[in-house]
Design a protein around this ligand. Structure first.
Ligand SMILES: [Zn+2]
Ligand SMILES: [Zn+2]
Length: 423
């Protein structure tokens, strides 16, 4: 064992080798990912042209199964959705890492003018899930080639229904996806970002994305003639008062360093100019980045709305439909990810996000059960202006997908190497 400085340099070379024992080399991954890019881009474009919505995505599922077919993986489809789990078992025993790509598109028109734009007027892959699928299929190729070096199992999850359908919740809570033998020990996902420089990885420990709950408030008064409001109980000014009071509530009663966003997005009631309606309704969204703030917001909304209703004798009913929980990245897993990404891509490619994003992700349901992380991959297209995700003009730099392919593979190689078990 040579641990002292050796003037010939051979000792330090030897100790470097020792330090790297069990740490698979990552250098080959980016060139291999770039070589795979034509296939990755072709699959991404095929999906982009044929976007599907919700939990049942038969064409997408078929495209993924076709692309995975030559790789000799164990393929499981089904349950109540179009999910696919592709299992790659290594040669030796070890832990199980889940890599996840969501597959669904959004119900909106596309205005990119791309030659492979959506063939539907009302559907678009505007959140980059087409790219997620293609990157994970690409990574499957890189990993399958290294099967003999792997200790443990990689499960590749192709998940439908992220955009508001709770696909991950169904798979995790209703269908027990993570408990299927071999049970998942940790999970990793990549989300593209069309405004971040290409190839950049953005991450943070702790809250990464917000919870998103739907708020609906029903107001019932008594209708009447618009000229004689004292004979009626008018719900309209009460609804307006609640909208404003909720904003005061947020700024006065919620910790500014544990923020909440309450946005009322629709105010409805009434039919014409001379009739006071009997009822009105408010719709909106509640975002937070901690369960504590989320609970405080729910309680406060109920209290403020009920209090204002009582003051004006309008019956107020608050309905809060819980949506995706806060997406929380495991801190040690983020340290691990930061190290792998920096080694693969260089230190400068990895940036720590100073604060969470107020969007929401159903990967949160996976991260409630097992440690892991979701990170952003920059895929900003060339040029001055970049459209954000969910814009009908959103485009990405497809070259950046090679980075995602290599990062998925690097994470699996290194995580499995760190969790090899004797056997
Ligand atoms: Zn989205
Ligand atoms: Zn998304």
């Amino acid at each position: 064992m040579t641990t002292r400085l050796d003037p010939s340099g051979s000792g330090s070379a030897r100790s470097a080798r020792t330090a790297n024992a069990g740490r698979p080399a990552l250098e080959a991954l980016l060139p291999e990912a770039r070589a795979a890019l034509p296939d990755v881009v072709a699959l991404r474009r095929r999906l982009h042209e044929n976007p599907e919505l919700g939990l049942l995505l038969p064409d997408t599922q078929k495209a993924v199964l076709d692309a995975l077919a030559p790789l000799d993986l164990e393929l499981h489809t089904g349950g109540s959705t179009s999910a696919i789990v592709a299992t790659l078992r290594g040669a030796r025993p070890g832990g199980t890492l889940l890599l996840r790509a969501d597959m669904d598109a959004l119900p909106m028109p596309e205005h990119t003018g791309l030659p492979f734009a959506s063939r539907y007027e009302d559907r678009m892959h505007a959140c980059g899930h087409d790219a997620h699928v293609a990157m994970l299929v690409g990574a499957a190729g890189l990993l399958a080639r290294r099967r003999d070096e792997l200790a443990g199992t990689v499960k590749l999850l192709f998940q439908p229904g992220e955009e508001g359908h709770g696909g991950a919740r169904i798979l995790v809570e209703d269908e027990g996806l993570l408990a299927v033998t071999p049970a998942v020990d940790a999970a990793f996902a990549i989300h593209v970002d069309s405004t971040l420089p290409p190839g950049r990885i953005a991450l943070r420990p702790g809250p990464m994305l917000a919870s998103a709950d739907v708020l609906s408030i029903d107001l019932h008064g008594r209708g009447g003639h618009a000229s004689m409001p004292h004979h009626a109980v008018d719900p309209i000014p009460v609804a307006c008062e609640i909208v404003l009071a909720l904003q005061s509530f947020v700024t006065r009663r919620i910790d500014a360093f544990d923020p909440v966003v309450i946005t009322i997005t629709r105010l409805s009631g009434g039919t014409t100019t001379n009739v006071i309606p009997a009822a009105a309704n408010l719709l909106g969204t509640i975002r937070s980045t901690s369960e504590r703030a989320r609970t405080a917001a729910h309680e406060g909304i109920r209290r403020v709305a009920a209090g204002i209703g009582a003051a004006h004798e309008v019956d107020v009913k608050v309905h809060i439909l819980p949506g995706y929980p806060v997406t929380v990245n495991d801190a040690p897993f983020i340290d691990f990810t930061r190290g792998v990404a920096a080694e693969l891509l260089g230190e400068r490619a990895v940036v720590d996000l100073p604060k969470p994003i107020m969007g929401a992700e159903d990967f949160s349901y996976v991260l409630q059960q097992v440690p892991g992380a979701i990170v952003f991959l920059g895929a900003r297209p060339p040029g001055e202006h970049a459209e954000p995700l969910h814009s009908s003009s959103m485009t990405i730099d497809e070259e950046a997908l090679a980075t995602g392919v290599a990062l998925h593979a690097a994470m699996a190689l290194r995580w499995l190497a760190a969790h090899e078990t004797a056997g």
